[in-house]
Write a protein that binds this ligand. Structure first.
Ligand code: LLP
Length: 423
């Protein structure tokens, strides 16, 4: 790969230091905080769109439909930016469908996954003329068929297969092993294909697989995709036609020093499998596009010393960002103002919430911090704001999108009034 392209392929985001100050694209983070306060999610438009472009480039030979996984970061500004660059969307609820439509995503670029779609959600999705339902059980298929029949509409359906493959990631984000609630095993899927013709209004014409998230090597994908292709061969030998093959999401992002495969490396590995195949390939990446595209900026309220710890108590909590509490996830912490001369200390960086699980880092060596300092929790663009809550009656934070030298509030900070709306 030429050097410039290599640099592009491996550059993970647009947050960097200039004269000791943290910037997002061309905007000093301090300037954003001055305007909107903390905690605040800061997103880079460029990082979002370039990560999509990396996948588009790597897979250009098969022209896949890349359906960005809305659950990773569903802010309308993010969806609009990606849809404008050609992305479709992968949704899992009526709420995400609503967002997808607000972001002007065409129905024919929407795929819908999830084990528990309700009748109302199915109806809305049929009305929106989505491309495919990713079906996770026989009762769900029966329900979709019945609703489509009543509405006198025909819909396309993929069966989500559970290939029983270990993706070697956190248990909570493992989805392709037999004991998880996701997908349909091969035997059952075969049975469903045998009776597929009975579903007059749901055409079973695709296969879907998603084995887990933050998968850092190609091997689990290869194992799963090989199994799936063998299964498809068997089906096709029996006269079944598969039009769509949805390979899910799961590509890892870079949180610290792990070195997950680049889009190019991933493509080089798996494209060989699909060389002579005719299906329309679909991907559903979430984290790969969103994780490195955002940071959560928070202010130190107090520094508290005990006999055993130095606590940096910050104004963001596990309600704003839950990954360390929930998965024990590692996220780097960068000072917004870097001082090369400052000494470093070891801190537990914790939030104000009344739970011992409310932490962002434990025993972390950081540049000495004082009350009032700003810290940036890195790689929080995916599964950050979308997993935020109002726990401890804390208004959810503000979200800002940076584009070049300008920035915009793309979600206002919630107010106390918002907290009691509807009560
Ligand atoms: N497709 C399906 C069917 C999924 O269930 C998911 C994620 C994706 C695509 C997108 O996966 P990605 O490319 O982002 O790995 N909250 C967790 C991650 C949960 C992932 C759930 N499903 C976390 O913070 O690590």
């Amino acid at each position: 790969m030429p050097f410039r392209e290599f640099q592009e392929a491996t550059r993970i985001h647009d947050f960097y230091y200039k004269n000791g100050e943290l910037y997002c694209e061309k905007v000093p983070v301090r300037k954003i905080v001055k305007k909107v306060g903390t905690p605040v999610y800061v997103y880079s438009h460029k990082t979002f769109t370039e990560h999509l472009a990396k996948l588009q480039r790597a897979f250009r030979s098969v022209k896949p439909l890349i359906c960005y996984s809305v659950k990773a970061n569903s802010n309308l500004a993010v969806l609009r930016a990606l849809v404008k660059k050609g992305a479709g969307l992968d949704i899992v609820s009526g709420g995400e469908l609503f967002r997808a439509r607000k972001a002007k995503c065409q129905g024919k670029k929407i795929v819908y996954a999830g084990v528990g779609k309700t009748s109302d959600e199915i109806r809305d999705a049929i009305r929106a003329r989505i491309l495919l339902f990713n079906v996770e059980s026989l009762p769900e298929l029966e329900q979709i068929n019945a609703i489509a029949k009543k509405m006198r509409k025909k819909v396309n359906v993929s069966l989500r297969l559970n290939p029983n493959v270990d993706p070697h990631t956190h248990d909570y984000i493992t989805t392709g092993k037999a004991e998880t609630k996701f997908g349909i095993d091969f035997e059952k899927a075969k049975e469903i294909f045998k009776v597929a013709k009975d579903f007059s209004h749901a055409q079973v014409c695709g296969i879907h697989v998603h084995i887990g998230s933050q998968i850092e090597t190609g091997d689990p994908f290869l194992e799963a995709f090989r199994k799936i292709l063998e299964f498809i061969d068997e089906l096709e030998a029996g006269g079944v036609k598969i039009k769509f093959l949805n390979l899910g999401g799961g590509l890892g992002a870079i949180y610290s020093d792990e070195n997950p495969q680049t889009a190019e490396e991933f493509a080089a590995k798996i494209l060989l499998l699909f060389k002579k195949r005719k299906f329309r390939i679909i991907f559903e990446p979430g984290r790969f596009i969103a994780a490195n595209s955002g940071v959560l900026v928070t202010r130190v309220i107090y520094v508290k010393q005990t006999d055993v710890k130095n606590f940096a108590i910050v104004d963001a909590g596990m309600n704003d960002f839950i990954r360390p509490a929930f998965y024990g996830a590692y996220h780097a912490l960068w000072p917004v103002a870097k001082n090369e001369k400052a000494s470093s200390w070891v801190y537990d960086v914790v939030g104000p919430i009344c739970e011992s699980g409310d932490f962002f880092a434990k025993d972390r060596e950081l540049q000495e911090v004082h009350a009032g300092d700003l810290l940036s929790l890195m790689t929080t663009g995916a599964y950050g704001f979308t997993m935020a809550s109002n726990y401890n009656s804390r208004p959810r934070s503000c979200e800002v999108m940076v584009k070049g030298g300008t920035f915009k509030i793309v979600r206002k900070r919630e107010t106390h009034q918002d907290l009691v709306r509807g009560e």
